[in-house]
Design a protein around this ligand. Structure first.
Ligand code: GLN
Length: 445
C-alpha cells in the first residue's frame, strides 16, 4: 500500500492514526531487541497526537495530506522538544528550540513525528559508523553497514519502522544509505527545500529530502516540504515544466570509478528501460576525476566554519574536546586550509573547480534530459571492518557531483549484486525536480 492509499484509509476510519503509531511502536521495540540502533530517541507525544488526529477525523474536521502518517527524522533536523544530537556527544543533551521549516510543514499536514534517527556524527561519513551512539545495522543484512550519513532514516524505512523518513544530503547522505538499504532516497535541487532548522555540515551543499519505499511516496513528501521559505533566502518555488516526449538518457561512463558488476547492472537496467520507452541513450563523461578533491576541500572549510559556534558556551560541549576522529579530522583540516588561504592555493581553486563542474553539467544537459549512473561505486563493507579514509571517501565519488552542481538526484533500488542491494541514480538539471520524479516513477515500474 502506498502512502496516499494509507492516508485515505486513515481518513475513512478503516485504519486509525493511533493504530498506525502503535504498530510502528511494536516494530521498533522488536528492532531494539535486535540492537539495530536505528532510533536515538522516540517521540512520546506521538500517541497523543495520533488520538487528536483520529478525533478530528471522527468529528468530520479537515485533516492534512499526510494525516496520521509516521515520520522518522534524522537527528540533525530540529523537532521542538526532541534532541538534535547529530549523533554526537557534543550535542547529546541539546533539545531543539523550534521546529525546522520542513517539520512545520509536515505537522501542518498532520504527519506524526515518531522519533529521531541515528546517523554519522554531524553527518560526516558514509557508513553510519561515526555515530557516537553505536552504528546502525543494515536491516537487509545486519552484518553490513547501512551506508550514511542518514543511516537510521534509511534503515527505518527499509525495516518498516515508519511510513517515511527525512534525511540530509551534503554529498550523498540520502542516496548512499538508500542504495545500501534498498529504498528510495531523493536529494532535491539546492534551494528547493528550506534548510532552516538543519544543523549544517556544509551550508552550500546541504539539502533535506525524503527516504521512502517508492518514488510516488517520495513525491508526496517532497510536495509538502518544498518551496520558498522566508527563513531561508536560498529557497524558491519550482517551475512547472512540460514533460518531453522523445527523451535522451545520458548513461554516465563510470568505468574507472565503479565496481564492474554494479556498473553492468545499471547499464542493463538503463538499456531495458530505454528500449521499452523508446528513449535514446548517449554515453556521457562527467568530471569524476576531480569530484572528491573538490568536494572534500570545500566541505572541510565550510564545516570548520560551521562548527565555530560549538565552543562549549552556548550549545553543548566544546566540539574539539567531545567529538569523534572523523569530525576532528575535518575541523583540523578545515582550519589548516583556511589558514593557508592567503596563498589562494586551495579554497579558491576548489571554487573554480566547482564552477567548472557546474558548467560541465549545463553543457551535458543541452544534449541529454537525464543522467543515469550507479549511486555507490562499490558494495558496503562489514560493520566494524577497518577501511582507510581514502576508501571511505571513495564511496561518495558518484554522488558528490550533484551537490557541487546543485542539481536534483534520486536513488532507486536497481536489484542485487552478490545478494546485496544496489541503487540506480538519476540526475536532472537544476530545478527540474518534478520532471525527475516523474521520470523516476516510470523507471521504477
Ligand atoms: N559522505 C559524505 C561526507 O562524509 C557525504 C555526507 C553527507 O552527505 N552528509 O561528507
Amino acid at each position: 500500500m502506498n502512502l496516499k492509499e494509507k492516508v485515505k484509509q486513515i481518513k475513512s476510519g478503516k485504519l486509525s492514526a493511533l493504530k498506525n503509531v502503535e504498530d510502528f511502536g511494536t516494530a521498533i521495540e522488536q528492532s531494539n531487541k535486535k540492537k539495530m540502533n536505528i532510533f536515538l530517541e522516540l517521540n512520546h507525544r506521538a500517541i497523543e497526537q495520533a488520538k487528536e488526529i483520529d478525533d478530528r477525523i471522527k468529528a468530520g474536521d479537515k485533516t492534512g495530506k499526510l494525516a496520521g502518517l509516521c515520520v522518522a527524522v534524522k537527528s540533525n533536523i530540529f523537532v521542538k522538544h526532541l534532541a538534535a544530537s547529530c549523533a554526537s556527544k557534543v550535542l547529546e543533551n541539546y533539545i531543539s528550540p523550534y521546529d525546522a521549516s520542513v517539520i512545520t510543514k509536515l505537522k501542518e499536514e498532520d504527519a506524526i513525528i515518531l522519533g529521531m534517527t541515528n546517523m554519522d556524527e554531524f553527518a560526516c561519513g558514509s557508513s553510519g559508523e561515526s555515530s557516537a551512539f553505536n552504528p546502525t545495522k543494515n536491516p537487509k543484512n545486519p552484518q553490513l553497514i547501512p551506508g550514511g550519513s542518514s543511516s537510521g532514516s534509511a534503515a527505518a524505512v527499509s525495516a518498516g519502522l515508519c511510513d517515511f523518513a527525512l534525511g540530509s544530503d551534503t554529498g550523498g547522505s540520502i542516496r548512499n544509505p538508500a542504495s545500501h538499504c534498498g529504498v528510495v532516497g531523493f536529494k532535491p535541487s539546492n534551494g528547493a527545500v528550506s534548510r532552516y532548522g538543519l544543523i549544517d555540515l556544509a551550508m552550500s551543499f546541504d539539502q533535506i529530502g525524503p527516504l521512502t519505499s517508492s518514488v510516488e511516496d517520495a513525491e508526496l513528501v517532497f510536495n509538502v516540504i518544498k518551496g520558498q521559505d522566508n527563513f531561508d533566502a536560498t529557497t524558491q518555488e519550482l517551475p512547472v515544466l512540460k514533460e518531453k516526449k522523445n527523451l535522451t538518457i545520458g548513461l554516465v561512463n563510470v568505468k574507472d570509478f565503479c565496481d564492474h558488476e554494479i556498473a553492468g547492472l545499471i547499464k542493463e537496467k538503463t538499456e531495458n528501460f530505454a528500449h521499452k520507452n523508446e528513449c535514446k541513450i548517449k554515453s556521457v563523461n562527467l568530471p569524476l576525476d576531480i569530484a572528491l578533491e573538490t568536494y572534500y576541500l570545500l566541505v572541510y572549510v565550510e564545516f570548520f566554519s560551521a562548527t565555530r559556534k560549538f565552543d562549549g558556551r552556548r550549545f553543548g560541549l566544546k566540539i574539539e574536546e567531545a567529538c569523534g576522529p572523523e569530525v576532528l579530522r575535518r575541523i583540523i583540516g578545515g582550519s589548516e586550509i583556511s589558514k593557508a588561504e592567503y596563498h589562494g592555493k586551495y579554497y579558491r581553486n576548489a571554487l573554480k573547480a566547482r564552477n567548472y563542474i557546474k558548467q560541465q553539467f549545463e553543457k551535458i544537459f543541452q544534449n541529454v534530459d537525464f543522467l543515469i549512473l550507479p549511486t555507490v561505486p562499490k558494495l558496503p563493507h562489514k560493520l566494524g571492518e577497518t577501511i582507510s579514509i581514502e576508501d571511505m571517501y571513495a564511496y561518495d565519488v558518484l554522488t558528490v557531483l550533484a551537490n557541487l552542481a546543485g542539481i536534483p538526484a534520486i536513488s532507486i533500488p536497481a536489484g542485487e549484486v552478490e545478494g546485496v542491494d544496489v541503487g540506480l541514480q538519476i540526475m536532472a538539471p537544476r530545478f527540474c525536480d518534478y520532471l525527475l520524479l516523474k521520470f523516476a516513477k516510470k523507471f521504477e515500474k
